[in-house]
Design a protein around this ligand. Structure first.
Ligand code: SF4
Length: 349
């Protein structure tokens, strides 16, 4: 089987060209053609003849295929992508000010089994390959350009779709390198955020290997018993250990950690929960994203009333912790946080 072009970072492609005695200008031209110019047909412009022959004979350019699309009234779009082996993953475009944040999946299913998450119910089928992560972006971008040409900019990438991104570290890292390189998709630094449930082996590598990628930690409760119930890996990688890594961001880099707090009715939304969270994060380089729980079929949890969400925020404000209530988007198409599940009933185009 031919290797995918989309699995290579620029240095890796340069090495491949060098090994095959091909002109060194080729990799940059190919990155420019397929990523910057967003072309999917073979590149023949400025590429040496023997490079064109090598590329067409030895590299595969196929990408995940959009299987179904669901768009909501607020302009959120959920794609179900079909992979080469027939498995499926979901990707969501979230609108803001006529631009988009794209929410990418990193695995088919997830091994973390968080009790509030529709994906967690699925269990892990497999890791996504780098080209399958890149393909979610490029194919969603193409759909936007064709269908919403006046507002087709994707400005941010968040790994908050299906899967624990740090559990598929190598493929996610390579995808981020391609997103960030100026010959690739050229996203500005700090435009990529990886959301983690607190998978410690990945966090240990993150600081050294992905310094330009932000981290969002799923906190959901400062109380061990409650966090254990919501995020079972808390038993293996306790919050105190995880926080040591998350808080180790060097000063002066203009970076902060987002702590995601999923508010669940009568479970973790009390004033006491809010005060304990405030005490835990007070004085830290932290930003809290409050997410009212998004129900999905069969879920045992409920969304709290808005007054409860606002009063939780007020308590965090009293600890001087910047806190935002995340607006729920794409709720009616099950595209909101924690609702993705590629085994969910089929959606219609
Ligand atoms: S919340 Fe994230 S880490 Fe937890 S099961 Fe769902 S996809 Fe996995």
């Amino acid at each position: 089987m031919k290797p995918s072009f989309y699995q290579f970072t620029l240095p890796e492609l340069q090495e491949l060209f060098s090994k095959n005695n091909l002109p060194s200008s080729g990799p940059g031209l190919l990155f420019n053609w397929h990523y910057k110019k967003r072309r999917s047909e073979p590149c023949v412009v400025d590429l040496a003849k023997k490079s064109i022959r090598y590329v067409s004979e030895c590299l595969d350019f196929s990408l995940p295929i959009i299987d179904t699309i669901k768009a909501s009234e607020d302009k959120t779009v959920k794609f179900l992508f079909k992979l080469q082996d027939g498995l499926k993953v979901e990707t969501v475009l979230i609108p803001f000010n006529n631009k988009y944040t794209i929410c990418l999946s990193s695995q088919v299913g997830c091994a973390m089994k968080c009790s509030f998450c529709h994906t967690g119910i699925q269990g892990l089928s497999r890791n996504l390959k780098t080209e399958e992560i890149i393909g979610q972006f490029t194919e969603s971008q193409k759909w936007l350009t064709q269908n919403r040409p006046n507002d087709d900019k994707i400005l941010n990438i968040v790994f908050m779709g299906q899967g624990e991104p740090l559990h598929n570290f190598d493929a996610v890292k390579k995808a981020c390198e391609i997103f960030l390189t100026k010959h690739g998709l050229c996203l500005a630094d700090q435009k990529i955020t990886i959301s983690t449930a607190g998978y410690l082996p990945g966090l240990e590598r993150w600081q050294d290997e992905m310094p330009n990628v932000n981290i969002a930690l799923s906190l959901h409760s400062p109380i061990k018993e409650k966090r254990d119930q919501l995020i079972p890996i808390n038993k293996r990688y306790p919050l105190e250990e995880v926080l040591k890594y998350v808080e180790a961001i060097p000063n002066g880099k203009n970076r902060f950690v987002t702590y995601e707090y999923l508010l669940i009715d009568k479970f973790n939304d009390s004033d006491e929960d809010a005060h304990l969270t405030g005490k835990l994060l007070e004085g830290k380089n932290a930003y809290v994203s409050l997410i009212p729980f998004n129900p999905f079929p069969g879920s045992p949890f409920k969304r709290p009333i808005m007054e409860k969400v606002k009063s939780f925020k007020l308590i965090l404000d009293s600890y001087k912790i910047p806190t935002l209530i995340r607006a729920t988007k794409g709720d009616e198409i099950l595209a909101a946080c924690g609702q993705l599940n590629s085994k969910a009933p089929a959606i219609t185009p």
